[in-house]
Design a protein around this ligand. Structure first.
Ligand SMILES: Cc1cc2nc3c(=O)[nH]c(=O)nc-3n(C[C@H](O)[C@H](O)[C@H](O)COP(=O)(O)O)c2cc1C
Length: 260
């Protein structure tokens, strides 16, 4: 195994950090390698915003579903899908005038642009995560940044065509956190296919989830009146109040990208 594969294989989400700041040189390196990520059409359809203001970090604890470690992370970066910069540039270049002369519509950002820009933002984020890991700096994604879009827009003065795709907390490993076992993954045969997609059979679900069920729930400690792991996970994640808030918030955000 080479060093890159070793880093990928041993990374795990870090939610506690050593009491040690991330140096300017380390931050510069994380950002530098984030910006080297592949990007659709080499357009860099994303922006990275560092949240250094302690008051803003504290606010994010609550707006991102009550996750106190956000306020304690030495470095917090938001990776945002960004079509605003290109549309401002197009306006600067008088592209709408050109379109009028050519009798074609000037196309505003739509849902597809948001999806593409989200891809860009996420790929840059993962480059940052791996670069940080190679420097001995752990990290944890915060998906809940897509919640409370109205508050986040105001907090960070986000224009209409900027969407906070993902946030990442970074910090040096605590000694006690080093060498912790990595979390499990589903078996490759249920995730990777060749040429055609295949929906899974009932027996395959039993096998696929048996380890997760044992590890997370000891095969029985389910939430409320759930009687199996699927019901438990639905209550915990997909059907939970934070998922409801994500759906509401993203729907609002989609509207300003020209969606229904
Ligand atoms: C898109 C995305 C959103 C996530 N959001 C959160 C989050 O809000 N809070 C958190 O503690 N972890 C979050 N995580 C981390 C996952 O919980 C973690 O990656 C998963 O449990 C697997 O563990 P590992 O990263 O240690 O392998 C997120 C990860 C991803 C990829």
């Amino acid at each position: 195994m080479n060093e890159t594969l070793h880093i990928i294989a041993n990374r795990r989400s870090q939610r506690v950090y050593a009491d040690k700041p991330i140096s300017e040189a380390e931050k510069e390196a994380i950002l530098h390698y984030a910006l080297r990520a592949p990007t659709a059409g080499n357009m860099m359809l994303y922006s990275i915003l560092e949240v250094s203001d302690p008051a803003k970090k504290k606010r994010l604890v609550t707006t991102c579903d009550n996750q106190p470690f956000i306020a304690k992370a030495p470095l917090v970066l938001m990776f945002m899908a960004d079509m605003q910069r290109w549309y401002d540039y197009y306006a600067h270049c008088k592209v709408p005038d050109l379109c009028r002369e050519n009798r074609v519509d000037f196309v505003k950002p739509r849902e597809a642009d948001l999806l593409l820009a989200n891809c860009d933002a996420l790929i840059a984020a993962q480059n940052a995560v791996i670069a940080a890991e190679s420097l001995g700096i752990g990290s944890c994604y915060i998906g809940d940044i897509v919640e409370n879009i109205e508050i986040h827009r105001e907090m960070f003065q986000l224009p209409a065509y900027v969407f906070p795709t993902i946030m990442v907390c970074f910090g040096h490993y605590k000694d006690s956190q080093r060498g912790r076992p990595v979390s499990s993954r589903f078996d490759k045969k249920y995730i990777c296919f060749e040429n055609t997609y295949r929906r899974l059979e009932p027996a395959e679900f039993t096998d696929m989830f048996s380890e997760r069920d044992q590890k997370d729930c000891h095969g029985k400690n389910y939430l409320r009146n759930a009687v199996n792991f699927g019901q438990h996970n639905y209550l915990r994640k997909t059907g939970s109040s934070f998922s409801d808030e994500m759906r509401r918030s993203v729907k609002v955000a989609l509207k300003s990208w020209g969606g229904e």
